[in-house]
Design a protein around this ligand. Structure first.
Ligand code: PXP
Length: 252
């Protein structure tokens, strides 16, 4: 089975920095450490309200990723402002996410079915600029089809509902994992590259990583939290090992 890539989301290093308005901890230093520890790429979400990552962070992340030849996955809402920033930097990838100012985090997937008319031209412009475009969607077959219809090359499946159900020991966890599997299989059949992310921790990473169609996981909040206790490098290495274990167990 193909090796699953790990994108490390460093947004919440910036959350801690911004809590005090200081210059530390520096998300760019975290990105350097993450790459040194085995992350395949760096993911960062520039929110409209700049609550964590700043424009200057994106400038610096683009430079270090380019220098190290590693992909920067720029997460952004579908707005003219974010599109202009993506086009100015031309990162390896842009992941289109929904955004509401009042939400604590990205609470659900992008509604590509309803937003097709505005999303399709934005995807086209980004793809024409050489950026690999992904739509962050719920594991829903209509959303998968819509993502393909708007011209995205990649979908990222929102694993938040599944991960939360596991953490809360809810009986629907298995069914939610089934939805992720079904959406991944359908997207793969349609020729889309399939990624997944949101809410993944050491417990949920293995069932998710075992979904053979997935090519990449994007993980942030748990890793940054774990870094407080064991350090960022060891947290990433443990996550990486669990991903590899899930893949080798499945292949056996
Ligand atoms: N993928 C996407 C598209 C996201 O928006 C996020 C959260 O910013 C993540 C992955 C990472 O989620 P978490 O921080 O919960 O691991």
């Amino acid at each position: 089975m193909t090796r699953l890539r790990l994108g490390v989301n460093i947004d919440h290093v910036a959350t801690v920095r911004n809590a005090r308005g200081e210059g530390y901890p520096d998300p760019v230093r975290a990105a350097e450490m993450a790459l040194a520890a085995g992350a395949d790429g760096i993911t960062a979400h520039l929110r409209e309200d700049r609550r964590h990552i700043s424009d200057a962070d994106i400038d610096a992340l683009a430079v270090i990723c380019r220098r190290r030849g590693r992909p920067l996955n720029f997460e952004c809402a579908v707005t003219p402002e974010m599109e202009a920033i993506a086009l100015a930097h031309r990162p390896h990838a842009a992941c289109l996410v929904p955004e509401r100012r009042e939400e604590v985090t990205t609470e659900g997937g992008l509604d590509v079915v309803r937003g097709q008319n505005s999303i399709a031209p934005a995807v086209r412009r980004l793809v024409e600029a050489g950026i690999r475009v992904s739509c962050f969607i719920d594991p829903d077959l209509a959303q998968v089809a819509a993502a393909r219809a708007v011209g995205a090359q990649v979908i990222e499946l929102h694993t938040g509902a599944y991960c939360q159900a596991v953490r809360e020991r809810k009986p629907q966890a298995e069914a939610l994992l089934g939805q992720l599997k079904e959406a991944a299989a359908e997207a793969h059949r349609m020729g889309l590259e399939v990624h997944a992310g949101h809410g993944i921790d050491y417990e949920t990473v293995k069932p998710v990583a075992a979904i053979g169609e997935l090519m990449e996981l994007n993980i942030g909040h748990f890793l940054i939290g774990e870094a407080i206790f064991i350090g960022l490098g060891p947290a990433i290495q443990r996550m990486r090992a669990l991903m590899d274990e899930a893949r080798s167990t499945r292949a056996a």
